[in-house]
Structure formats: structure tokens, C-alpha cells
Design a protein around this ligand. Sequence first.
Ligand code: GAL
Length: 435
Amino acid sequence: MKFNYTLGAALVAALLATACGKKEEVAATPAPAPAAAPAPAKTSVEVLHYWTSGGEAASAAELKKMLEAKGHEWKDFAVAGGGGDNAMTVLKSRAVSGNPPTAAQVKGPAIQEWASEGMLASIDSVAQAEKWDELLPKVVADVMKANGSYVAAPVNVHRVNWMWANPEVLKTAGVTGMPKTWDEFFVAADKIKKSGNVALAHGGQNWQDFTVFESVVLGVGGAEFYDKALVKLDPAAIASPTMTKALNTFRKLKGYTDAASTGRDWNMTTAMVIGGKAGFQFMGDWAKGEFTAAGQKPGEGFLCAAAPGTANAYTFNVDSFIMFKLKDEGAQKAQADLASAILSTEFQEVFNQNKGSIPVRLGHDMSKFDDCAKLSATDFVASAQSGGLVPSIAHGMAVDPAKAGAIQDAVTQFWNDDKLSVADAQKRIAQAATN
Ligand code: GAL
């Protein structure tokens, strides 16, 4: 397209004049600000854990949020499988191939085992600066240390010896109140069975069988017997008539479970109680995380009580994160930030409300927690004073992993093989205890 230059020329001149006028202006505007320095690269913090159920995932998300608020990138490495056996297998293969994550969910005596391999970083700098020895119950602080140094950060205190119930299912069956003894439990279970519901929701997996077994031993024998048999692994206690009674009680429970129990995940089993398909479940209070995630409240949608015969006792299970030795300074800083975040009051509050456990910090204000958590906190302190506080063997707090695994196998064989006699089971448990 050709301009009529004259007119066009005048027009062009005018435009230019304006531009020229602007140029003058442009010349006057300040030079653009130098480009902002690129944001420092975020340290990627890879965390291996096995929190994949609804309540667990919601809880892990709180840790992610806290770590990212400290400027780090959370790299999630979740390994499905309640109880954590799968996760530990994966962790071992990663560590052996020289590619450990930044941090991993590892608990109890296994912490010392990892430390003895020389693979763990000390987090004493954070622990001393934040006075963890004053913040934590000694029974917990001791588990987090190797050779006197903190190598793990505790997240919570789970109580394992819980019984959960659906109040509507109990009411329909004419069961009033939570059973306090095993005899009362079987009377209630018979009524629920008669009413057409599943009396006991149980997930048929080795660690779940073991979880129920330890609560039965605690309820039948008491904390002192539990300590002898399942912590000190005293052969006389394992061979005793008390263990015989416990194994008979454990086997009797099977008659109140449903045909679809075998292999069912714990949270799908809790869902049966949530949904009014079953009356009771025996499980640690991570189950409460599922009731909470389903919007249910204690005393309304569900009931909680210590497993029969265990009201004065408490099997504790403390989740914790070990930090692997890493050369990268950014990663070391991130591990310190992760440890500090974990023990912070804010995190302890929001994480444990989601997870179903209680804060591990001594004297934490429980006013915003529900009645089950308040009972757990009261019983934790009372049982620590009475001698009723014992480590959960099923959740890796009592004996080294190899022994716990062998005893778990003997217990789950007994649960699954109705032809295996109680006497044989006692022999197998005793054998496994010398593993
Ligand atoms: C426990 C663990 C809990 C919960 C549960 C079910 O061993 O300590 O945090 O995850 O297994 O997976």
C-alpha cells in the first residue's frame, strides 16, 4: 500500500514530531531495573514414609506444608502397605544401592540398627538448641538416640491398645456400653452377630493379626506379663498358662470376624465400622484418623475405649523420621528444618489432630483435641507412673526388627491355621523369640 506522501508526509512529520517529543521523554525515563536475582534453588527433601490412607495422607500433607513454608521442596516417596513392612524393604534396597532418601519413617530399635550402619546424620544441633531432652518423655528421647546423639525426630505418640465401635450397631444389638473384660466382649459380640452385623472388623494381614494379639496378651496378662513375654521375651512367660489363655482368647476372636477379612487393609476395615457394617475393631489410633477424615466425632459417630482388660495399660508406638548422612549442605540444612518443624507446637497440634495420635511434646495443651486423644494423653502419663506403659511389639517399638518379624510370623500362622494347636504356637513363638 503507497502513501500520498505530501499529506502523508505531513502526517508522518506530525507522528515523528510526537515520537520525537516522546523520545525526549524516553530519554528521560530511568533505565529498567536490573533483573531480580534468580530465587535460590529450593532444596528437594525426599521423604520416604508409608502414610497412604485417608487420615494418614492428610497428616503427611501437613508436614509437607510446614517444610515448604521453610523454603524447601517436599519430594514424596510414599510406599503403600500398613504397618510399614513394604516401606522398610524399599528403604533397605535404596540404602544398599547408595541412594537413601533425605529422611525416612523409621521407628524403635530399627533406628539404632540404621545408626550402627553409620548411615544416619546427627540432629543434635537442633535437639540441643530446642532442648529436646526437656521437651520429650525420656522413654521417647532414648529411642531417638544412638550413642547419645539424636538421629531421629519423633512425630507423635500412638496408642495401640484401642477398641473402636459403631454406637448404632451396638444399640441395634442391645449392647450397652463398651466391654471392659474379654468375657464382656464375647457377650457383646454374640449379640451383634445375632443382630446380623459383623461383630469384629479385622483385616487379615500379619501385622494386623499381631496388633490384635498384643492387645489380647496385655488384656489377659497385664502390663507386667506383657513386658516379660513380649519385651524381655522370657521363655517361661511365653510357655506359661497365661500365654495359653491369651492364645485361646485370640483364637476365639476369629469366630466373630467376616469371611472377607483375609488380606483386607486396616483402613478398609475401619471403614466397616464407620459405615455401620461392623461393631468393633481393635487397632491403634491411626484408625481415629480415618473416623476424623470421615467427619465423625467420638461419642457420636464412633466410640473409643481401651481394649478389654487394658484400661490401666498403654502400648505406645512413636512414629519418627531418621535423617540420612548427606554431603550436600542444603540437604543438611533441610534436615535440620524438617526436625525443627516436626517438634514445633504448631505441627504437633495439626498433625496429631489429623493422624489420631497425641503430641509427643510434654505438657502440650490438649484443649483442642477430642475426648479419645485427651484420654490417651491422660493414660500415657498415668501408665508411665504406674508401670503400665509398654512398647508395642507389633509396631516395632519393643524388640529388634528380626525378632519382631519372626514372632509376627508365628502369631499370624496361628491365626490363619486353625489346626495349629495353642501349645505348638507357644513353641513357635518361643523359638522365634530366640531368633
Ligand atoms: C504404624 C505406624 C502408624 C500407622 C500404622 C498403619 O506402624 O506407626 O503411623 O501408619 O502403622 O499403617
